[in-house]
Structures are given as structure tokens and as C-alpha cells.
Design a protein around this ligand. Structure first.
Ligand code: TNX
Length: 511
């Protein structure tokens, strides 16, 4: 028996490999450097994974890879197994302190016909590298003379690291609620393209979506509605923890947003004491913005915010808390500034770094706070003057909720149409004169006024979110629309296998 299996070893199987070219592999985001050696590594039933077991998180990364190989190929690839009689073609996932690994998310892949070596400084870097590896495993097995299937991975070397440390998307779960399952599926897809942040817009005029134990009516009342009069919904703290943990497993940071002092109708319906205009508000199911505000001069409002920021921060391991701060059209300018400055202190009290929409830079806030540029260059410039970091989310380029074109059944149009090429062909690192040193990264928001199901979410997010992933990771010299188009076309089999209802843009020759 031993002799028989020897007969079937690599040499024989390798004979049948067509010449490979790693440099042509449709990897998104495009890596810094790819060198092809034109041979093939056979992924098959003899493959095994070994990880740096003593380093935090590396074994989990190995298990993640094994799991994804299983769903793509049906192969069972053992991780750190000790008693496997026969293994060939080992995938090593190692911690390495190499000087050419730039930062926590950097990785290197050395693929030969006998082994794959994935090196990174951290489990996070290894996780990013695993996404590259997943992308170069062919969708179907390679035909060989062997009696069992193999998947040919092209050999060569990949050296890679991102340009930005913050690469996010935002999901508005307030205008329409999305279930924990929906959010998990979105996380699966984001992780594959190396996103590292998911910002959840957890409150707005139309709904409050996270349980706050000290203020239970927020979800009981404020969570009961959505745009269009549908039934709303909210995450219990257990649900939210589940999302946070699932994101963490994918090395994605959750950024919670409680939008205030405007966009607060749902909170004020639940507790009318928060409202500044003296009227008793009603539940709101429309799409207008800018009509609600907290009373910025009332102590109760700040003890409320203290409770909310404390409870959410306790459930959120990531460093950020997003306070919204956009479109407070009925808050007086001086009240708005007073409010943002007070809330920043509360955010700091609970150990978080504050993010706000670009308007927050009009207040006198710390340089450690972050301004999210969505509409006003003037506000973004104020943030730069204050030495703050800026997240690039310009509505004309990066809004996932804009229609692709006039035929799009879903989406809004206030900042224009955003076809797939417009979404890709711009430079977040040199946009509207914001200095590169101030740019923390890029985020593509998906507002949900016009979408209420995961299919609709997918239609607006994909394929544009794939392009934003590349803008956040890949240097400008390595980006090119014509080249990107062919790599994007090659995502179709993956998206189909994941059952993603993406928009089949006619600009792309889908595979
Ligand atoms: C503007 S972008 C908003 C949201 C809307 C969005 C729709 C921003 C900070 N505020 O309240 O949902 O436009 O595109």
C-alpha cells in the first residue's frame, strides 16, 4: 500500500500542470509585488497546514484557511496535525520578524511546488495573506492523470502591505435594519478583499438599533420603525457582541456610531426629555434629514450620552467611537460646537478615539479625533488645520448608496451617479488637496433608505466595494482601470458561489 501511494506522489501529478503565471492571477487588491516562477503547487488531499502555534492568533488563521479551502474544494486540510501518516505540500503560516515586512498587516507568500510559506509579523498580517492565497486557488480542480483532484496554485513570490491603515465600509442599519446573519455575510465578503473596518450606523431618525440596558425604551419604542413603515428591529447586546466577535475573527474592527445631536428623532420619541424643540415627536418613517436635535443645554442629555457611550464602549474592543454630528440643521451653531466638545470628553472618558462626520471639525476638538470627509472640503480643511486625521468618504466618489446610472432600480442620486469606473478611478490619497499625511484611510458608506434586504444591499455594494478595497490597499502606481476590469471580471465565480446578487455592470466583461 505504501508503495502504491508513493507512485502517486507529486512528481507524477505535477507533470500535467500547464505553465502557470502568478503575475496574471486576478488578485484584488493588487499586491505591491508579484514575481512568478511558472510552476505549480498541488493543493490536494495530502496538503496540511502548520502555524506558529505559540504566537497569538496564528492557529486561528490556519483554521480559517482550512475552513475556506473546505468550502471551495471540499478538501479536508488538517491544521497542526501530529499524527498524519502521509503529508505532502505543506502550507506554513509563520510569524517572521523580517525587516521587509512593513507593519502589522504586511505579509509575504513564497509558493514553490513543494510548499507554501506565508510570513507575517502578526496574525492580522497572516490573515490578509490568507485572503490572497484563497484568491489564487482556482475555482475548479485541474485535470490530471491522478486518481484524485488537485487544485494548482501558481508558484512565485508575493510581497504585500496596504497604503492605508483604515479601510472601511459603513452599513446604515438605522434606515433599514439588517439581521446579524446579513451583517455576517457582509463581513465574509469584506474580509476577502482585505477590509479592516466595518462602521455600523446604529441610530438615526427612523430607528435606534442597539439595546442600551439603562435606557430600555430606545429599542422598545425607537427600534420599532424603519423607512417606509416596515417593522424595524434592533441588536440585543448579545447580538452586537456576536457581530463584534465575528468581525474580530476576520480581523475587522467594528466602529459603532450613535448619530447626534441631529438624526435623533427615534431617541427623542423614546425619551422626549432629550428633544430640544419642546414638541412631542412621533415615530418617523420618511427619508428627510436635518429636522431633529437633542437639547444641547440639558444635563440629562449628557448623562444619557454618558450611559450610551459607556455601554457600547464596554462591548466594543476597537479604538473608535463615532458620534455622527452630520446635518444638525436645527441645532444652533454655537450649541452644536458646545455639544461636540462635551461629547468628545465623554468618548475620551471611556477610552475611545472620536470619529465624526466632517462637520465636527468646526468645533474645538483634539487632534486625536478624526473627521470623516463626506461633503465639505471646508470642514475637511479645518480638520487638517487642527492636525486631525481624515477618513475619505467623498459622496461624489465613495457613496455606495448612489445609483450606478439612470437605470438603477435602487439608490439615491443627490451626489450624482456612481458607475463602477467612477467609483474606482479617483485618488483618495490626493483628493481635494487633503495632505496625504492627514489621511487615515478610506470608507465607503452604504446608506439604506432605498434598500431593505441583503440582496438589495449586495446590489449596491457589489461590485463597487471591491474597487474601494483596492483604493485603500494598493498604491496609485499599481492601479489601472483596464487591468482592474479584467481582475474584477474574474470575481464572478466567487461572487456566484457566495450567492452575492451583485450588479452585473455592462462596463465589465464578466467571466
Ligand atoms: C447624507 S452622509 C447623510 C445621510 C443620508 C445620506 C444619503 C451623511 C453624513 N448624512 O443621513 O442617509 O446622505 O445618501
Amino acid at each position: 500500500v505504501a508503495f502504491m501511494s508513493c507512485e502517486e506522489k507529486k512528481t507524477e501529478r505535477v507533470l500535467n500542470f500547464p505553465k502557470t503565471d502568478l503575475a496574471l492571477a486576478p488578485i484584488i487588491p493588487k499586491p505591491v509585488k508579484v514575481i512568478a516562477t511558472n510552476d505549480g503547487f498541488a493543493l490536494d488531499h495530502l496538503t496540511a497546514i502548520y502555524t506558529s502555534e505559540n504566537e497569538i492568533g496564528f492557529t486561528e488563521v490556519g483554521e480559517f484557511l482550512s475552513d475556506k479551502i473546505k468550502s471551495k474544494t471540499n478538501l479536508i486540510v488538517p491544521v497542526n496535525a501530529t499524527e498524519i501518516p502521509e503529508q505532502e505540500g505543506i502550507i506554513y503560516i509563520n510569524k517572521a520578524d523580517s525587516t521587509d515586512l512593513k507593519g502589522a498587516e504586511a505579509y509575504q507568500l513564497y509558493i514553490t511546488k513543494d510548499s507554501i510559506l506565508l510570513n507575517a509579523n502578526t496574525a492580522e498580517g497572516a490573515f490578509r495573506g490568507v485572503q490572497t492565497l484563497r484568491q489564487i486557488i482556482p475555482e475548479t480542480s485541474t485535470d490530471t492523470l491522478a486518481t484524485y483532484p488537485i487544485w494548482t496554485i501558481p508558484t512565485g513570490k508575493i510581497i504585500d502591505s496596504p497604503i492605508f491603515e483604515y479601510r472601511g465600509t459603513m452599513l446604515d442599519v438605522a434606515r433599514h435594519f439588517f439581521s446579524v446573519e446579513d451583517v455576517k455575510k457582509y463581513i465574509d465578503l469584506l474580509a476577502y478583499y482585505k477590509y479592516n473596518v466595518l462602521h455600523l450606523h446604529l441610530s438615526d431618525d427612523q430607528g435606534w438599533r442597539i439595546e442600551i440596558k439603562s435606557w430600555p425604551k430606545l429599542t422598545e419604542i425607537g427600534g420599532s420603525t424603519e423607512v417606509g413603515g416596515e417593522s424595524g428591529g434592533f441588536y440585543t447586546q448579545e447580538d452586537y457582541k456576536e457581530i463584534v466577535a465575528y468581525a474580530a475573527m476576520h480581523h475587522i474592527t467594528i466602529v459603532p456610531e450613535i448619530d447626534m445631536p441631529g438624526h435623533t428623532n427615534a431617541a427623542s420619541v423614546s425619551y422626549p426629555i432629550l428633544n430640544g424643540n419642546g414638541k412631542t415627536p412621533k415615530l418617523y418613517e420618511g427619508m428627510k434629514v436635518g429636522f431633529s436635535t437633542f437639547d444641547t443645554r440639558k444635563d440629562t442629555v449628557y448623562s444619557f450620552i454618558d450611559d450610551v457611550v459607556r455601554e457600547i464602549s464596554e462591548l466594543t474592543p476597537g479604538p473608535y467611537f463615532h458620534i455622527g454630528g452630520d446635518e444638525s440643521h436645527v441645532t444652533k451653531k454655537k450649541d452644536y460646537i458646545y455639544f461636540v466638545e462635551k461629547v468628545e470628553k465623554i468618548v475620551h472618558k471611556y477610552g475611545k478615539r472620536m470619529i465624526g462626520w466632517d462637520e465636527v471639525a468646526t468645533a474645538n476638538i483634539s487632534s486625536s479625533s478624526i473627521s470623516q470627509f463626506w461633503a465639505s472640503k471646508e470642514n475637511a480643511d479645518m480638520a487638517v488645520e487642527k492636525n486631525m486625521k481624515v477618513i475619505m468618504s467623498p459622496a461624489k466618489k465613495a457613496y455606495l448608496d448612489m445609483k450606478y446610472d439612470s437605470l438603477s432600480p435602487l439608490g439615491l442620486t443627490w451626489s450624482g451617479f456612481i458607475p463602477v469606473d467612477t467609483a474606482y478611478v479617483w485618488k483618495p490619497e490626493a483628493y481635494e488637496g487633503i495632505p496625504l499625511k492627514n489621511i487615515l484611510g478610506i470608507e465607503a458608506p452604504l446608506w439604506s433608505e432605498t434598500i431593505s434586504t441583503i440582496e438589495e444591499l449586495e446590489y449596491l455594494a457589489f461590485p463597487r466595494a471591491i474597487g474601494y478595497a483596492e483604493l485603500g490597499w494598493t498604491t496609485e502606481e499599481n492601479r489601472d482601470w483596464e487591468n482592474y476590469k479584467t481582475r474584477l471580471a474574474a470575481q464572478a465565480p466567487f461572487l456566484d458561489r457566495m450567492d452575492v446578487k451583485y450588479y452585473p455592470s455592462p462596463l465589465i466583461d464578466w467571466e
